[in-house]
Design a protein around this ligand. Structure first.
Ligand code: ADP
Ligand code: MG
Length: 393
């Protein structure tokens, strides 16, 4: 499947202004009243309605009139806002084919101006049921309702920060390139998810490497929590790369031991089944009395010397700031304030990338409209994300 970014090229400044207004309104409204969108966008009378019709036609917003006349962003609308920001920042200039469909994400190839192909992960946290998300995602504690935009953004931010921190500590992870809204851009891993690998030259070595990673993560104060054959990539040289970090927790988490054991168990089970490695000390079929527990080589959580606090220090150092933490905390406690966050981005002239199979993103460039004071205020909002990482609800 391809993400149809054709439309993106022809969207006007007003289209993005109104799309951004819907995004801003969604901080406090699941469905944003049309009248509020009009006020935030502050276009000339009647213009907002025309633009909304256009956005609706391209499925960037969804109209709802069940309770009152209003709109919400669709995934596609949110995708376009994030993609536009990335393109304006010069991170990539073209979008290619979809390379992965995760439980809670879509992954596409993207290419920079010089032709470097990378991976773009668009988080879709609301895709699974809330109950499933709630049970899985640590940061949803205490939260009784949720906004999928905010959740997806939070997941992306967390993933980006962890990927960066892990990379800095020499873990085999993709190179974290950039993050905006629910979108993370990272290096493309040349390889396959372990689940697709039927044969290995050295299954023992790969197994030990992978188990070693779980242990080393714990030594650094972290547990992956979804460490399985879907989130481990293997290349032709049998080099291992781990991916997918939004659900990681600290070793001080109340269920840390259980998460650690589950990660280890997944790997043991998979290698036992797929590559016939035998781990007799853990077979359910044998009489436990025959096994000397001291001979068990399975890593135990309690015996690992863990450095808790990796989370705080290292994540802060790699861009996951105290402010971000506070925002997440605010979200968890359910009191995100209107206008706490700023939105939008600059328009800029973009270069074409001509790579086979990629859709180049030469965005529409329009003359700036004249503005009154009120518009200036919105313009400030619309332009502030270029320099910083905010700009997200
Ligand atoms: P989810 O959180 O939805 O499970 P993942 O991060 O695990 O998403 O990605 C889903 C799939 O996309 C992976 O199994 C893999 O096939 C592919 N993928 C993800 N990241 C990359 C990458 N950096 N390079 C190549 N393929 C990737
Ligand atoms: Mg995954």
């Amino acid at each position: 499947m391809k993400l149809d970014v054709d439309v993106l090229r022809y969207l006007s400044k007003d289209d993005f202004r109104v799309l951004t207004a819907v995004e801003m309104g969604m901080r406090n409204h699941e469905i944003v009243p049309s009248e509020l969108i009009g006020r935030i966008a502050s276009l000339k009378h009647g213009e907002t309605y025309k633009v909304l019709k256009n956005l609706l036609k391209h499925k960037l917003v969804h109209h709802d009139s069940s309770k009152y006349d209003g709109f919400r962003l669709t995934y596609l609308g949110y995708d376009f806002l994030a993609i536009k920001t990335m393109v304006n920042r010069g991170v990539f200039t073209a979008v290619g084919r979809q390379i992965g469909v995760g439980k809670e994400s879509d992954i596409f190839e993207v290419a920079s101006e010089d032709g470097t192909v990378m991976a773009m992960k668009l988080h879709r946290l609301g895709r699974t049921s809330f109950r499933a998300v709630k049970s899985k995602r640590d940061y949803l504690r205490h939260r009784s309702s949720f906004n999928w935009l905010y959740l997806s953004r939070l997941a992306a931010l967390k993933e980006f920060a962890f990927m960066k921190a892990l990379e800095e500590h020499g873990f085999p992870v993709p190179n974290a390139v950039d993050c905006n809204r629910h979108c993370v851009v990272m290096s493309l891993i040349q390889g396959y998810p372990l689940v697709q690998v039927k044969q290995l030259q050295n299954p023992d070595t790969v197994f030990e490497t992978i188990i070693g990673l779980v242990v080393r993560l714990a030594e650094h104060g972290l547990i992956h929590c979804d460490f399985n054959e879907f989130n481990i990539m293997i290349d032709d040289d049998e080099k291992v790369t781990m991916i997918d970090f939004p659900q990681m927790v600290s070793v001080s988490h109340r269920n840390a031991q259980m998460y650690f054991d589950r990660d280890i168990e997944c790997i043991y089970k998979f290698f036992g089944k797929r590559f016939n490695l035998s781990f007799e000390e853990h077979s359910d079929d044998i009489d436990n009395s025959e096994v000397d527990p001291d001979e068990s080589s399975r890593p135990s959580f309690s015996s690992i010397t863990k450095t808790a606090g990796f989370l705080d220090k290292e994540l802060a150092a790699s861009g996951f700031t105290r402010k971000d933490e506070d925002e997440i905390q605010k979200f968890i406690e359910g009191d995100v304030e209107e206008d706490d966050l700023s939105h939008g981005e600059h328009d800029s002239e973009l270069c074409q990338t001509n790579i086979k199979g990629f859709d180049s993103l030469h965005l529409n460039q329009e003359e700036p409209t004249s503005s009154c004071n009120e518009e200036d205020q919105v313009d400030e909002n619309l332009q502030s994300s270029e320099a910083g990482q905010s700009g997200d609800p």
